[in-house]
Design a protein around this ligand. Structure first.
Ligand SMILES: *Cc1c(COP(=O)(O)O)cnc(C)c1O
Length: 386
């Protein structure tokens, strides 16, 4: 946790970037080297991401959203296809599906862990889908379900062994949206390394940041090569401007990767602090009237963003704001957003709606001080007694 309280009653931000290390020095070095698109920091950052996660390859990319879009394209998702996505996630997960011309099937979540409900998923696949020629189709309209994106929500994961089995049974490519979960493991294996690909985000609120950026993790050499090809305009000749596909300009640039390389030096410490913050909330908030996210068995969350369920969550957000403490409601269920109202939503008990309505995300900057955390807890306790 942070070293000193500059102002004990000052504003407490939600989740600020923290760049206390070699960020400036590496960016200056990248600029002085005149390597701005590719360069040594990009190579280094990718290598270190692969090392940290245990993925064979990490491909730097412009954002977590484009990492998902490219992953879906590499999974052969085409316009008119269907892709299963959890209903509770940051909207980018579903947007990436739409960007490929496919449509999401929004799957409800488990009320305890807040990640995709695998029993609901299995029931849906058994009852509403069929397999023909090794492909999965929705009975209702005979459209192909090509892939499934699981989201490691706030650092938690679903049971990946079970999900991979479902993927194998129904011929679905499994993509892991690991934007929230750099530093989360299940049975000793890093999030984002189980499926066809995993995607990371280095947006400014994530556990490490490059301002904007992302990565695709994969163990498949051909997938990594194709990803690089697609995000660099699909140029297939070293000199001639010959492009063998409709490519994209989605590279992560060297000066941003330089920030990332410096942030990698701090990642272990950031994870430790995030876990301390989550532990502080769990032990210092009142036991009644509050519910935390249940972490799946055999899973170690990076505790990227502590959140809780409470009656009157929106009133609590306002109550905290009046006391200069920044918090946020949990994401709105995707099926409630205007662009997704015509998409299929699979649910039995509307858990995504209930969790979203009661959900609030708490301050968790890695620079937060113990006194600030104490203030947050006391203010929530005060809210509960009024
Ligand atoms: C942040 C985030 C994204 C998007 O990442 P960007 O880098 O902002 O594009 C996608 N999915 C989830 C779950 C996220 O939290």
């Amino acid at each position: 946790m942070g070293i000193s309280d500059i102002d004990a009653d000052g504003p407490i931000p939600l989740c600020e970037p923290n760049l206390p290390g070699n960020e400036k020095q590496y960016v200056a070095d990248a600029i002085e080297s005149n390597w701005l698109s590719g360069g040594k920091y990009l190579n280094r950052f990718e290598k270190e991401l692969a090392q940290f996660t245990g993925a064979t390859y990490a491909v730097g990319i412009s954002s977590g959203t484009t990492a998902l879009q490219i992953s879906l394209l590499l999974a052969d998702v085409r316009p008119g296809d269907l892709v299963i996505v959890p209903d509770l996630t940051f909207v980018a997960t579903a947007n990436a599906v739409k960007h490929t011309g496919a449509e999401p099937i929004l799957m409800d979540i488990d009320p305890g862990t807040w990640v995709m409900d695998l029993n609901l998923l299995k029931g849906f696949l058994e009852d509403s889908c069929y397999i023909s020629n090794g492909c999965c189709y929705l009975k209702e309209n005979n459209r192909q379900i090509r892939a499934l994106v699981t989201v490691h929500l706030l650092g938690n994961m679903c049971d990946m062994r079970e999900l991979l089995q479902i993927g194998a049974d129904y011929q679905l490519k499994i993509i892991e949206d690991a934007a929230c979960s750099l530093g989360s493991f299940q049975s000793g294996r890093h999030s984002g390394t189980f499926g066809f690909t995993g995607t990371l985000s280095f947006n400014s609120n994530k556990i490490i940041t490059t301002g904007g950026g992302g990565a695709i993790l994969t163990n498949d050499e051909a997938v990594a090569r194709k990803a690089r090809h697609l995000i660099t305009q699909a140029k297939s000749h070293p000199v001639e401007y010959f492009h063998d596909l409709v490519g994209y300009n989605f590279r992560l640039v060297n000066p941003l990767a330089a920030i990332g390389a410096a942030q990698m030096e701090l990642l272990d410490e950031f994870i430790r602090v995030k876990k301390d913050i989550a532990e502080y909330y769990r032990t210092n908030l009142p036991d009644t009237g509050i519910r935390f996210q249940k972490i799946t068995d055999h899973t170690t969350s990076n505790c990227w963003h502590p959140a809780l369920l409470i009656r009157g969550s929106r009133e609590l957000v306002a109550f905290l704001a009046e006391r200069k403490i920044e918090s946020r409601p949990l994401w709105r269920p995707v099926h409630e957003l205007p662009a997704y109202q015509n998409d299929i939503f699979i649910t039995e008990n509307n858990h995504s709606v209930k969790v979203s309505e009661a959900g609030i995300m708490l301050p968790c900057s890695t620079s937060v001080t113990p006194r600030q955390l104490e203030r947050v807890c006391k203010t929530i306790a005060l809210f509960l007694t009024q």
